[in-house]
Design a protein around this ligand. Structure first.
Ligand SMILES: C[S@@+](CC[C@H](N)C(=O)[O-])C[C@H]1O[C@@H](n2cnc3c(N)ncnc32)[C@H](O)[C@@H]1O
Ligand code: SF4
Ligand code: SF4
Length: 378
């Protein structure tokens, strides 16, 4: 069973209540008074790395490899907006398309601000800075101090089960694998109310031997993490659709049964939920809807300080995909949210024809809305 946190359509429905709200609201989304706003469920912040580098690893599978890696110093404005939102957007995830958020000097300040407003945080990290960050600055202790419940989460992309395959997959020193494991152990030992700790493992032929799988399952269970997810990397964002489809056929469809059989003996619903997700939504066949309602679920702040329609095109390479520049003015922020919720956006010409494709969450949500609107003759 896939944990509920990964069931995006269900999370969307829980947030929105009833899909008809979108049509009622959208009749005049851009004209409504500024304070008549439909708050999305979450913000995804692409926290830039630091002034020298966007990320400290070079994962072979990194989906953001084709993104222009521009960053800007928008942290102060981001923090002010979080304060002014005052918890109205209940989840704020700190992540990246091509960045490592724990490199950013404001990382822990963001967590503190999010929790002070009563919202929940999520973090997507490669985990390499957890151990040293704790030794030098007590970063994990601070996270545990601020976290109030298990809806806060820390997701660590480990993608290997041994030092050797880790260093191959991430093009880095083997010892970083040990640092990540130590960091995970410290975090799970220290936490009380939260956060949830999730480990993600992208499987490739080179990094998924029986030893790798057995080892990572043992590490995760011994540390009592909440979940360990196995899946196959999808094609990089911004690739032409025919290349994406080829990748699906030769890397995902081709390997999926084989990889599934490798992890099957370990799948479990115990204290550490070990689960697998099939690459079902990564074929380009799924892009047969015309309306995007993803802006009712998520607002995305790119590493360059612009808001984008969604995360998979959040790069200055795709300027037409920007919906506004972040500043510390909440009225401006609300105006930008509304632009991202306007159903007149044409997904085909604005996204798919420009090699921008939805992530898994957006596919699930847009497909759900498409079925519902067809059934209701809209
Ligand atoms: C781009 S990373 C940014 C945050 C952080 N640097 C990290 O690696 O977790 C965000 C998430 O995207 C995942 N990801 C990157 N490339 C991917 C791919 N080709 N297929 C599936 N997931 C991918 C990473 O494993 C990570 O969980
Ligand atoms: S750590 Fe994250 S951002 Fe950095 S290269 Fe790997 S997947 Fe990309
Ligand atoms: S890529 Fe998908 S989620 Fe992003 S704006 Fe286009 S249709 Fe919406």
């Amino acid at each position: 069973m896939i944990p509920v946190a990964y069931n995006y359509a269900e999370n969307f429905l829980n947030h929105i209540g009833d899909l008809s709200i979108i049509n009622q609201y959208n009749k005049c989304v851009l004209d409504t008074p500024y304070n008549d706003v439909f708050w999305p469920r979450q913000i995804e912040l692409h926290l830039p790395g630091n002034l020298n580098s966007a990320c400290n690893l070079k994962c072979k599978h990194c989906s953001g490899v084709l993104f222009g890696k521009y960053r800007d110093n928008w942290e102060y404005d981001g923090l002010r907006i979080i304060e002014k939102l005052n918890g109205n957007i209940p989840f704020i995830t700190i992540s990246g398309s091509y960045t490592e958020p724990m490199l950013n000097p404001y990382f822990i300040t963001f967590i503190r601000h999010i929790k002070e407003t009563g919202a929940n945080f999520g973090v997507h990290t490669n985990g390499s800075l957890m151990f040293n960050g704790e030794e030098n600055y007590g970063v994990l202790s601070e996270i545990v101090k601020f976290s109030t419940n298990k809806d806060d989460y820390f997701s660590i992309s480990i993608d290997a089960g041994t030092r050797e395959s880790f260093s191959y997959a991430k093009r880095c020193k083997e010892s970083i694998f040990d640092d990540i494991c130590k960091g995970i152990n410290i975090l799970t030992k220290k936490r009380d109310n939260g956060p949830s700790v999730r480990v993600c493992y992208l499987m490739t032929e080179e990094t998924s031997s029986d030893d790798d799988i057995k080892n990572i399952v043992n590490i995760c269970k011994a540390a009592r993490v909440d979940s360990l997810r196995f899946s196959i990397p999808f094609a990089n964002y911004l690739l032409p659709f025919n290349v994406v489809q080829k990748h699906y056929e030769i890397k995902e469809d081709f390997y999926k049964d084989n990889f599934y059989h490798r992890v099957e003996p370990y799948l479990s619903d115990g204290d550490t939920k070990v689960f697998w997700t099939w690459p079902e939504q990564t074929s380009t066949d799924v892009f047969n809807f015309s309306k995007c309602v993803y802006g009712y679920y998520q607002a995305t702040i790119g590493a360059d300080g612009y808001l984008y329609r969604c995360a998979s095109g959040a790069t200055p390479n795709k300027r037409h995909f920007r919906i506004g520049k972040l500043d510390n003015n909440i009225d401006n922020f609300i105006k930008i949210l509304k632009i991202g919720q306007d159903l007149s956006w044409d997904c085909k010409s604005g996204c798919f024809d420009c090699n921008i494709r939805c992530n898994k969450a957006a596919i699930d949500i847009n497909t759900l809305y498409d079925k519902w609107s067809n059934a209701n003759g809209l």
